[in-house]
Design a protein around this ligand. Structure first.
Ligand SMILES: *Cc1c(COP(=O)(O)O)cnc(C)c1O
Length: 437
C-alpha cells in the first residue's frame, strides 16, 4: 500500500531503498538533506533520461545558476509530460538561462543601491526588506535575485543581522519589516524567534511580514513548533509564492491551514511566467484555490528584467488580460494587484485595464467588466476642502497624536494644497539646465 502518493512513494524508495516511512518523508530536515542538486539524481528520481547534448547544456547552466529541489516538490512533476510541467519548468535549469538579453540586468530593482547596511533594502518610506537568509530549499529558475543564488550559500551571523535590526531601531519611520531572503524559514525556529523578538522590542515596528515559499516547495517546514513560535510575535503576516494550481496539494493545504489557524493573515505573490501560468483560466483556478485555503492573492508580478529570465517573460498585455478576466468575474478578494517592479529601482507600479473612459465637469463615463458603458453623475454641490494639513483645526476628525506630521511626495504632492509645487521635472532636464546657465 502506498504511504503517500504513488509518485512520492517511488521517489522516497529511490532516495533510500531500505527505509521509507511517511514520518521521514514529512520531516523537513530529511527533505532538505535529500534536496536534489545534480542532473543525475534528478533524472534518476524522476525516472527520465535527457539526451547527451541537453545534459551537457544544462550542466553548463548549473555552473552559473545552481540546482536545488526538494523531493516533495519533485514529486509534483508529471514524469510522463515533464517538458510542459509547471513544476519542472520552475525547478529544472534551462540552457536559456545563459542567454542574457540586451535589456537585462543583474540587479534590476537596484536593491543593492537602496541598501543602507548589509541585508537591508530601504526603498519605500515606511517599510524595509530585511534579508535574513541567502538560502532556499528550492531554487526557483525564475528567481529575481538569481545573481545571489549559490554564491554565498549561507545564513548570516547574528552580528550581521543585528546591524540590520539596529538600522531599523534607529529609523523611526519604519513601521513594517519584511523578512526576506532567500527563504527566512530556512532558519531554525530558535534563530527566527530571536530575530522576531528583537524586532518586536522596537516600539515603532507595527507589523512584521515573512516572505516564504515553504508552503509551496516544502510544506513540512510548517510544524506545530514553528507555528507556536510565530504566534508569539503578532501582528505577523506571511506572504507565500504559489504560481500554479497544481502546487496546491493536500500537504500544502495542511501547511496553510496551520498558519491561518494561528491567526496569521496569508497572502500570495505570483509571478507571471511564460509556459507556466500565462493563461487567464490557470490564474483564475489558482486564485480560487488560494482563497479556498484562506490565502488572499496579493500581487501578480510581471517577470523582472533579471539576467537569465528572458524565456520566462511575457508581454505586459498578458497580465492586463488576466486582470480583465478576474475583476468582476470573480470575488473581489480573489483578485490580486498586477504590478511591474520597474527597473532601476522604480518600485512596484500597478497596472489595470482602463475603466475610466472619459469625463466632463459633472459626469464620468465608465465601463464595467461586461463592456457596459455607464455614467456617474458628480455631486452638484461639493465644497472643496482647502487642505493646509493643519489637522487639529479641521472638521474631519483625524485626532491622532501624529496628525500634524505630514510630508508628501510625487503625484500626491502635486495634488495637495499645502505645497506650492506645480510640476515634477526630471533632474538634468535640458531646458532647466539652460535656464541656470
Ligand atoms: C515589494 C517591496 C516592499 C513591500 O512592498 P508592499 O507593496 O508594501 O508589499 C518593500 N520593499 C521593497 C524593496 C520591495 O521590493
Amino acid at each position: 500500500m502506498a504511504i503517500y502518493s504513488v509518485n512520492q512513494q517511488e521517489i522516497a524508495e529511490r532516495i533510500s531503498p531500505e527505509s521509507t516511512s511517511l514520518s521521514q518523508w514529512k520531516d523537513w530536515k530529511w527533505q532538505l538533506k535529500h534536496a536534489i542538486q545534480s542532473i543525475d539524481t534528478f533524472e534518476k528520481l524522476l525516472g527520465i533520461r535527457l539526451e547527451a547534448t541537453e545534459r551537457e547544456q544544462v550542466g553548463r547552466t548549473l555552473e552559473t545558476f545552481p540546482l536545488s529541489i526538494t523531493p516533495y516538490y519533485l514529486s509534483l512533476i508529471d514524469a510522463d509530460d515533464f517538458r510542459n510541467d509547471p513544476v519542472f519548468l520552475q525547478a529544472f535549469p534551462s540552457p536559456k538561462e545563459l542567454e542574457v538579453g540586451r535589456h537585462e540586468m543583474a540587479d534590476p530593482l537596484a536593491e543593492d543601491e537602496d541598501s543602507p547596511v548589509p541585508g537591508v533594502t530601504h526603498r519605500y518610506p515606511d517599510r524595509v526588506l530585511l534579508h535574513i537568509s541567502n538560502v532556499c530549499s528550492m531554487y526557483c529558475r525564475h528567481c529575481t535575485r538569481k545573481r545571489k543564488v549559490g554564491d554565498q550559500d549561507f545564513i548570516p551571523e547574528r552580528e550581521t543581522i543585528l546591524q540590520g535590526i539596529e538600522y531599523i531601531r534607529q529609523t523611526p519611520v519604519v513601521r513594517d519589516v519584511l523578512l526576506s531572503g532567500g527563504d527566512p524559514l530556512m532558519l531554525s525556529d530558535d534563530y527566527l524567534d530571536w530575530i522576531l523578538t528583537e524586532l518586536r522590542s522596537i516600539p515603532h515596528v507595527q507589523v512584521i511580514r515573512i516572505g516564504t515559499r515553504m508552503p509551496v516547495v516544502l510544506p513540512y517546514r510548517i510544524t506545530d513548533a514553528l507555528v507556536a513560535m510565530l504566534k508569539k510575535h503578532h501582528p505577523l503576516w506571511v506572504n507565500t509564492h504559489f504560481n500554479h494550481p497544481r502546487e496546491i496539494t493536500a500537504s500544502s493545504r495542511e501547511a496553510l491551514s496551520m498558519l491561518a489557524n494561528a491567526g496569521i493573515p496569508l497572502g500570495n505573490q505570483s509571478v507571471l511566467l511564460a509556459g507556466v501560468n500565462d493563461c487567464p483560466r490557470i490564474m483564475k483556478s489558482l486564485v480560487h484555490k488560494l482563497v479556498e485555503n484562506r490565502v488572499r492573492p496579493y500581487y501578480l508580478y510581471q517577470c523582472d528584467l533579471s539576467e537569465g529570465l528572458s524565456h520566462f517573460r511575457t508581454p505586459i498585455g498578458m497580465g492586463v488580460e488576466i486582470m480583465e478576466s478576474l475583476r468582476g468575474h470573480t470575488s473581489g478578494f480573489a483578485v490580486p494587484t498586477f504590478v511591474v517592479d520597474a527597473p532601476g529601482g522604480g518600485g512596484k507600479i500597478p497596472l489595470n485595464p482602463n475603466y475610466l473612459l472619459s469625463l466632463s465637469t459633472n459626469k464620468v463615463v465608465l465601463r464595467n467588466y461586461e463592456g457596459v458603458i455607464t455614467t456617474y453623475q458628480e455631486p452638484d454641490s461639493y465644497k472643496p476642502i482647502y487642505c493646509d494639513r493643519k489637522c487639529d483645526d479641521c472638521h474631519l476628525q483625524l485626532k491622532l497624536d501624529d496628525g500634524q506630521e505630514f510630508r508628501s511626495t510625487g503625484i500626491e504632492r502635486l495634488l495637495s494644497n499645502h505645497d506650492d509645487s506645480i510640476a515634477l521635472t526630471p533632474e538634468g532636464n535640458e531646458r532647466m539646465v539652460r535656464r541656470d546657465e
